[in-house]
Design a protein around this ligand. Structure first.
Ligand SMILES: CC1=C(CCC(=O)O)c2cc3nc(cc4[nH]c(cc5[nH]c(cc1n2)c(C)c5CCC(=O)O)c(CCC(=O)O)c4C)C(CCC(=O)O)=C3C
Ligand SMILES: [Fe+2]
Length: 361
């Protein structure tokens, strides 16, 4: 049977992009923060994170690896649709990729973005990127965020299970699991996802937090099936930016580690379920910063790998491409709206996710 993907002239992997040499770090950061309220001091700090890695973000190499894995999986299924790559913030730029496709006669392309969970930054902004970059005559559909898809879940479950087993092997029978995601402004979290705003739905957390919590819950529930002591877990956040007066999702992973140390926890699995690959937020914010916090507190941490090119994730992504090709579903218009700039944030209004603490099973 021919794959529904045969009706597309190309599949496009759309990602964030990152610098690959020191000279490109500042221009990259200027691209990322154009029109946004990121203070210069924050840019300088983030620039230093990149400098620690010689100015080379891991993200482009990870996307090259994901492209190779996706290509193999498409080939395995005898699907010969071309697979190409474009970024929001650095070369290869999405606009160039789409222009090249159109110049080559392409009429329809299916885009999948490397963000698992719905938010303005991870979904709507990519839709805007596509709209802004799309040449006339090219029709583009986009796959929905895939945080709850079985392949992404399976890859993360396998990673957390392995991390837990390692710590158990080192004499920590009951490690605590911190599920880590990118912090986003609370106002962006509230309006994330198809459910829309809390004013209309009574759902104060929005889909970003709700889906992340679901993934964490499901992983803990699966681990409970393995036997052994039941594990506790929390959803925590990293990589906050923006002015301090604007509320972002909390707790920060470092504060969570301090809190756990105070409660006598000495072993923690750090599971970056909010990220698709081990890019800068993971290799700096977790492997450098959170690891230093843990060391200071005497906590043993195991940071688990992101979905990356895990075979279950890659196969699941191709399943999703095929499903989207058979039945393209666009995000509802009000989903993950662009944050209003210049507006004062709504009064803090408490924790949008309620308590992030899981009771343990
Ligand atoms: C939800 C989310 C994801 C996760 C989903 C996903 O994986 O896509 C993500 C991914 C990424 N974010 C990245 C880098 C940056 N993000 C920034 C700033 C921001 N991110 C935000 C959100 C997210 N970002 C937000 C709300 C801001 C504030 C300004 C704005 O509204 O945009 C800044 C500016 C400086 C700073 O404030 O940190 C940088 C440099 C890189 C590349 C890393 C590399 O080079 O390896 C990646 C993959
Ligand atoms: Fe970011």
């Amino acid at each position: 049977m021919t794959s529904p993907l045969a009706s597309y002239d190309a599949v496009v992997l759309l990602s964030f992009g990152g610098p690959e040499r020191q000279e490109d770090v500042l221009p990259f950061l200027r691209n990322v923060t154009r029109g946004k309220d990121i203070p210069d001091e924050r840019l300088a700090v983030v620039g230093q994170h990149y400098a620690m890695f010689g100015g080379r973000s891991p993200i482009n190499d990870q996307n090259r690896a994901l492209l190779a894995s996706l290509r193999s999986e498409l080939d395995r299924r005898d699907i010969d649709v071309p697979l190409v790559w474009g970024n929001r913030n650095w070369a290869p730029y999405l606009a160039d990729t789409l222009a090249e496709l159109a110049a080559g006669g392409a009429r329809r392309a299916l885009v999948v973005a490397t963000s698992a969970f719905p938010s303005y930054s991870g979904c709507r902004q990519y839709i805007e990127d596509i709209a802004g970059a799309c040449p006339e005559g090219l029709q583009v559909d986009k796959v929905l965020p895939f945080g709850l898809a079985p392949g992404f879940l399976a890859a993360n479950l396998a990673a957390v299970r392995a991390g837990v087993e390692e710590l158990r092997g080192e004499g920590h029978p009951r490690p605590h699991v911190l599920f880590v995601a990118h912090s986003i402004p609370m106002s962006m979290a509230r309006t994330s996802g198809p459910e829309g705003s809390p004013e209309r739905t009574g759902n104060p957390g929005g889909a970003y937090v709700a889906q992340l919590e679901q993934v964490g819950d499901r992983i803990l529930a699966e681990l409970a099936e393995d036997g052994g002591p039941v594990l506790n877990g929390d959803l925590v956040f990293c990589s906050r930016s923006g002015p301090p007066a604007v509320p972002w999702l909390e707790p920060d992973v470092n504060d969570a580690l301090r809190d756990l140390a105070g409660r006598g926890v000495d072993a923690v699995v750090l599971a970056p379920i909010g990220f698709v690959s081990d890019h800068m937020e993971v290799v700096y914010d977790l492997d450098v910063e959170a690891a230093a916090t843990a060391a200071e507190l005497g906590i043993t941490v195991r940071r688990t790998p992101t979905a990356g090119t895990h075979p279950a994730f890659v196969a699941g992504l191709v399943d999703q491409l095929e499903a989207a090709a058979a039945d393209p579903v666009a995000c509802p218009a009000g989903c993950c709206p662009r944050p209003e700039r210049g507006r004062r944030p709504v009064a803090a209004g408490g924790d949008p996710a309620g308590s992030h603490r899981h009771p343990g099973y």
